[in-house]
Design a protein around this ligand. Structure first.
Ligand code: ADP
Ligand code: MG
Length: 777
């Protein structure tokens, strides 16, 4: 597989390691040009002791105990890993962290002032509880210590310090349970005073973890930098001059130990370039390789199936559909593989746009494959494609047009005989369109001549799978790619930012459909609104409509649905409402007498189908479900959705979910039920979702709220992040510049053999990508 952003994303950028197969060259310490491959991780200092370099093992530099803690908390093994762990932000001396901005469950580092300390005996067991209230000047929170009464002597009112720990809530008050802390000395808090603990005037605040607070990381970094031998700069000097960036060593020092914020900015700018350029070089190289694998040119025909289909279309295409259609038609006519994203609200009519494109491909004697994230959705797509096609589907069947093609469904749950037939349809070419889930890309599925892949990217569709399918098309040709989405997943947004996916938007809804109204129901502040919500559900049912109620958990199992308590004797967080509990409660209470159904992933496949069928047939009024309704459900009569514990869902996910309602003539209503209190990040996020239905805007919001670095890598798996300083939202210009530079480098020297530093950056990306790919297999 070719390395590309769209395959498994872009892993961590690291340097100092020669690309595989290239031996490190020791040129005896002569100062070579920065472009010369002179990797010497363990050069000896003047006194003969080993200096610290990129690949120095942390246990040698920092000692076994510290190294083990860093490895356990962050998976770091080398000095380079540590230096790539950048501060999240910088605090000014004397600054206090706004306590209102903390999120329950996060590990936070708080700069605060001790307000008061109290001590009491524990009732249940022997011992004392020491409670320190710390304040940001406006709000306060408590820190709890068990059997550490002696801390009273140092936690004196008025003293400032850094407190680190997991944020929990107890009786609707924020607290840090047994935090670690470091109090500033008098001089530290004195504005004129010399900084003792920290080398610079700014205090770096690192992403920290239990057992490894921010200030320990700062000390480790300081230790590494004090014996630092430097690292070979992977960027050619001429490039550094052209774009005006610091050398890598200077950038690393300044990001960790800046004297002022200007230094931070300079350092970040340089490190951003590295990240952007690494990705863009990798993309440019795979484009170069793809260029050698042309796409099948499928020019439009006036006398083909596409034209015949259009003549019979029961509605007029919207202006947006026509415009996007033209772009696609043009793209398909070329040998250059299309990479296009069609973004449009749910109900904006993306399917017919995709179908027209597929027919153009069929008209040139090739096939199209359409991928959906679930079997239900694949089946639904096959059905709606056949419906749209009418007499033009079901080739060979009675009543079909003689121009007709065949739409074949290929999913994992087919019987052996059905599967055999479907495989035959694909391989023989008798199916012009093959619709399926990832089962489509399993071994044994081959196509006679695959010209285009359409991906319906609802949430959670594996990007790897999409690319694997493209690979199936054979060694020598690369099918065109069309991605359809309502809310692009963050990685898709990333691909558009990096310039590897062109975007077209469908902005209008056909026949004046009204968009969904969304309201937050804040149960902590307005408990009565929830009752009102259930009342509203009844009214909606009385008006002949149907309703979804979505919960984040199924319930009734050991672990996930049951009690979920946070650590600490005093800490507690309400566990989420579950499908099973809520269905029972509603049936016996506010929704008594209505026909309730239950749907979740633990039901057997047939049971799921049968519940969905009853709901679609209008035999169920209210469907209490997990996110299985997120995709693949199209019940136009469903007009309302109530999402419980809405703060537990991601931004894009909420948008996808609410897209299930308002698909018919009546307007849709979505209620986001949450205990999140006003002005907290969780609540702000819900308000943002309620305030717009623009999918792209929400996707960008989502990007901004995630740690952006997680977007390209093994998303959300908590693994090392890939983009640490580069922001997909704010650095578009830099990313575009990096693209131009990367293209030029690769054009002149496809293998980058005259730039070993750059080649090493790419090799590192590719190596990690393979490792990731193997892990997944
Ligand atoms: P989505 O963008 O959510 O995939 P669909 O493609 O499923 O939307 O379209 C929603 C519905 O609107 C379908 O029933 C489709 O046939 C219909 N539709 C699509 N385009 C038009 C149009 N131009 N005029 C009227 N109805 C349309
Ligand atoms: Mg659709």
């Amino acid at each position: 597989m070719t390395p590309s952003l769209s395959t498994t994303g872009v892993p961590a950028v690291r340097w100092g390691t020669p690309p595989p197969g290239r031996e490190a060259v020791d040129n005896g310490g002569a100062e070579g040009s920065p472009d010369v491959d002179e990797q010497r991780p363990h050069r000896r200092g003047a006194t003969g002791e080993a200096m610290t370099g990129w690949d120095s093992e942390l246990d040698r530099v920092l000692g076994a105990k510290t190294a083990k803690a860093l490895n356990g908390a962050f998976g770091m093994t080398t000095a380079g890993d540590l230096l790539r762990h950048y501060p999240r932000r910088y605090a000014e001396r004397g600054e206090l962290t706004p306590i209102g901005g903390l999120e329950i469950g996060e590990h936070a580092t708080v700069l605060a002032r001790v307000e008061r300390v109290s001590k009491r005996k524990m009732r249940s067991r022997k011992g004392t509880i020491l409670q320190a209230r710390i304040t940001d000047g406006t709000r306060s929170m408590s820190c709890t210590f068990f059997n550490q009464a002696w801390r009273e002597r140092e936690l004196l009112p008025g003293r400032r310090g850094m407190f680190a720990g997991k944020v929990t809530a107890y009786r609707s008050e924020l607290q840090l349970a047994h935090p670690e802390y470091q109090l500033f000395t008098e001089e530290d808090s004195d504005e004129q005073g010399a900084a003792r603990e920290f080398a610079s005037a700014l205090i770096p605040v690192y992403p920290a973890s239990q057992g490894v607070p921010s200030w320990s990381l700062a000390r480790c970094v300081d230790q590494v930098l004090s014996g630092w031998d430097g690292v070979v700069d992977p960027l050619p000097e001429s490039l550094r001059e052209r774009i005006g960036v610091l050398g890598l060593d200077a950038a690393l020092r300044r990001i960790h130990q800046p004297e002022d914020l200007a230094q931070v900015e300079q350092a970040k700018y340089r490190l951003k370039w590295d990240e952007a350029l690494g990705v863009q070089l990798s993309l440019a190289q795979s484009r170069e390789q793809r260029g050698a694998r042309p796409a099948p040119a499928c020019p439009p025909r006036q006398d083909g199936l596409a034209a015949a289909f259009e003549a019979e279309l029961p509605f007029t295409l919207t202006a947006g559909q026509l415009e996007v259609g033209e772009r696609i038609a043009e793209d398909l006519a070329h040998e250059h593989p299309m990479n296009r994203l069609v973004q449009g609200e749910v109900g904006s009519g993306k399917t017919v746009v995709a179908l027209r494109a597929m027919l153009q491909v069929i008209d040139s004697g090739r096939q199209a494959a359409m991928l959906a994230p679930t079997e239900v959705l694949a089946a639904q797509h096959a059905r709606s494609l056949r419906e749209l096609l009418g007499e033009f589907s079901g080739a060979g069947e009675l009543g079909a047009s003689d121009r007709a093609t065949k739409v074949t469904l290929l999913t994992g749950s087919l019987s052996a005989a059905q599967r055999k037939q479907a495989l035959l349809d694909a391989a023989s070419g008798s199916a012009g369109i093959v619709v399926g889930t990832h089962a489509l890309i399993q071994d044994g599925v081959s196509f006679a001549d695959l010209g285009m892949v359409v991906v319906d990217e609802q949430h959670r569709f594996g990007v790897e799978q999409r690319d694997a399918l493209r690979v199936r098309a054979g060694e020598r040709s690369c099918p065109h790619l069309l991605v359809m989405t309502a809310t692009p997943i963050p990685r898709t947004v990333a691909m558009t930012v990096f310039g590897d996916l062109r975007t077209s938007a469908l902005r209008e809804l056909p026949n004046g459909r009204s968009p969904i109204g969304t309201t937050v129901v804040p149960t902590a502040e307005k408990p009565s609104w929830l009752e009102r919500a259930w009342q509203r559900v009844r009214e909606e049912v009385e008006a002949g409509h149907q309703i979804y109620v979505v919960c984040s958990r199924v319930g009734d199992e050991s672990g996930s649905g049951a009690r979920e308590t946070t650590s600490g004797e005093d800490a507690e967080q309400r566990s989420p409402v579950t499908v099973l509990e809520l269905a029972e409660e509603l049936g016996a209470g506010p929704l008594e007498g209505l026909r309730l159904g239950v749907l979740h992933g633990r039901l057997a496949s047939e049971d799921k189908d049968s519940v969905m069928r009853s709901f679609a047939a209008g035999e169920i009024d209210v469907l209490v479900a997990t996110t299985v309704v997120e995709v693949g459900v199209d019940v136009p009569n469903a007009t309302m959705m109530v999402i419980m514990d809405a703060d537990r869902f991601g931004t894009s996910q909420l948008h996808q979910l609410r897209g299930r309602v308002g698909r018919g003539a009546s307007p849709g209503l979505c209620l986001l039920v949450s205990e999140a209190v006003s002005q907290t990040p969780a609540r702000n996020r819900l308000e943002a979702v309620a305030s717009t239905t623009d999918g792209f805007e929400l996707a960008r919001l989502d990007l901004q709220q995630r740690r952006e670095g997680d977007v390209l890598g093994a998303a959300q798996s908590g693994k090392k992040s890939t983009l640490r300083v580069l922001s997909l939202v704010h650095d578009e210009e830099l990313i575009a510049e990096a693209r131009a530079e990367a293209e030029e480098f690769v054009r002149q020297d496809p293998e980058l053999s005259s730039h070993p530093g750059l080649a090493a950056m790419v090799a590192e990306l590719v190596a990690e990508e393979r490792a990731e790919f193997l892990e997944k297999a």
